[in-house]
Design a protein. Structure first.
Length: 450
């Protein structure tokens, strides 16, 4: 009896591409990973306060609609390409083929490096946002800022930042099936929890803002933000939407492991955008309608020390009685925020053109037992070893993503030195924690590269 060939694998064969990964992912599992990479709360929550301050609620609310609208065009185009090129390499593989033999190498090189830098910065910003949530939860659970609660200082904040990243590193050492299971929990947690917050928050709030305020009020705060240009303030207020509506390409990275990837990959991309677009707007509306006192949100003497606006909105609405419920939900959502796993980065390492690529390729296929031993190791040692493990993990999947682009860089005589790139990675990670590293420190890192 002839074995039926998966439609995605058949398409790979037509492209002359060898199938190497097992196809075990269903549509829902792929959707769960793609959705959890975008996440409903970890994109909006950290930037909501600053975006609201830049240009008021109207720019924030309608900015989400505008960005969602144009994101759909990108998503539709990406889904169509994914149906024709269901490869793990995804974006840079597509760029190489669509740009043609002349411009393909340059296009794939630029695409892979932009994605690599984005992934590094994305992990840093997600860890920063998660640390903000934990900082606010600890403050509110220990008595609030007014009641002498504990506000985590910079050193503790940095420890939380590193700790979250290490947790993600551990999660990403497990098999893809385990990650998919975690992300299935994540998608249900965020959808159900999101519905609870979106519905309950305006109902619990003592007063709600009128629709004219939410949809039509525009205001700037040049004395606080230093931005006097209204167009520029609007652009900055829209950043929360752009920051939140990314990561749907995770489904494309998983196509070589997805059943019927030529159909299920595009479906997962579009479904992720659709869910996030609707729930994200509803979440923004729920927060904005529930504002009790705009100026008090940013007051350093308020219950959250003026450090985290969404936490203050939740506190004002629930009067501190139920703050632990939404707080824990948002905190846990951060643990599911960066689960685009190591396995999704396998394809770029196949040709072995990058320095140390053989080492990293073998490292990525170590047995789970060795990962467990490494996990125990950094728990027993000091923070410097933990940070070293964090960067080793980051480098492993980063090199996977950028191999094919770096193969071009390999052939150049006057190429960027490894130590310079290490400095650049350090700069990107450090810039995500600006309140910890002063601007003078960042400039000192940049100086050798200039």
């Amino acid at each position: 009896m002839e074995v039926e060939v998966d439609s995605g694998e058949k398409r790979l064969n037509e492209l002359g591409y060898k199938q190497e990964l097992r196809r075990e992912m269903t549509l829902f599992k792929t959707l769960a990973i793609s959705f959890s990479t975008m996440t409903l709360f970890t994109g909006i929550t950290p930037l909501y306060g600053s975006s609201l301050l830049y240009a008021g609620p109207a720019s924030l609310v309608w900015g989400w609609v505008v960005v969602s609208f144009f994101t759909w065009f990108v998503g539709i185009a990406m889904a169509e390409i994914c149906s024709s090129f269901p490869t793990t390499g995804s974006l840079y593989f597509w760029a190489a083929h669509l740009a043609g033999p002349v411009w393909g190498p340059l296009a794939s090189w630029c695409c892979a490096w932009l994605e690599t830098i984005g992934l590094i910065a994305g992990i840093g910003t997600q860890a920063y946002a998660g640390s903000q949530v934990l900082q606010s939860i600890i403050l509110l659970c220990t008595g609030t800022n007014k009641g002498g609660g504990y506000f985590a200082p910079r050193g503790v904040f940095l420890a939380m930042y590193v700790g979250l990243t290490v947790i993600w590193a551990i999660l990403n050492t497990f098999a893809l099936e385990v990650i998919a299971f975690i992300d299935i929990i994540s998608i249900w947690w965020q959808v159900i929890g999101g519905l609870v917050i979106v519905i309950m928050l305006p109902l619990v709030a003592l007063t709600t803002q009128p629709a004219s305020y939410v949809f039509g009020h525009f205001q700037t705060a040049p004395e606080t933000t230093g931005i006097s240009s209204k167009p520029y303030a609007v652009i900055l207020s829209v950043l929360v939407s752009q920051y939140s509506l990314y990561g749907y390409d995770a489904a494309a990275h998983l196509t070589e492991e997805t059943k019927g990837a030529d159909k299920n990959g595009p479906t997962a991309i579009l479904s992720s955008i659709g869910i996030i677009s609707i729930f994200g707007w509803a979440y923004i509306l729920a927060l904005t309608f529930s504002i009790q006192n705009f100026d008090y949100l940013y007051d350093p003497s308020n219950e959250t020390a003026g450090a985290f606006v969404p936490a203050q909105i939740l506190y004002d609405a629930f009067h501190g009685r139920c703050m632990h419920c939404p707080g824990i939900k948002e905190s846990l959502s951060h643990l599911f925020g960066v689960n685009c796993t190591l396995n999704t980065r396998f394809q770029p390492m196949q040709c072995g053109y990058v320095q140390l690529s053989a080492f990293f390729l073998d490292f990525l296929f170590l047995n789970l037992m060795w990962y467990s031993l490494l996990s125990l190791l950094f728990v027993r040692l000091d923070g410097s070893v933990a940070m070293l493990f964090q960067y080793l993990q980051g480098w492993s999947w980063m090199i996977r993503t950028s191999k094919q682009a770096l193969s071009i860089w390999e052939e150049q005589e006057d190429r960027f030195a490894w130590w310079q790139f290490c400095g650049f990675v350090t700069l990107v990670q450090s810039s995500c924690c600006q309140h910890i590293i002063p601007s003078s420190g960042i400039l000192s890192i940049m100086h050798p590269l200039l």
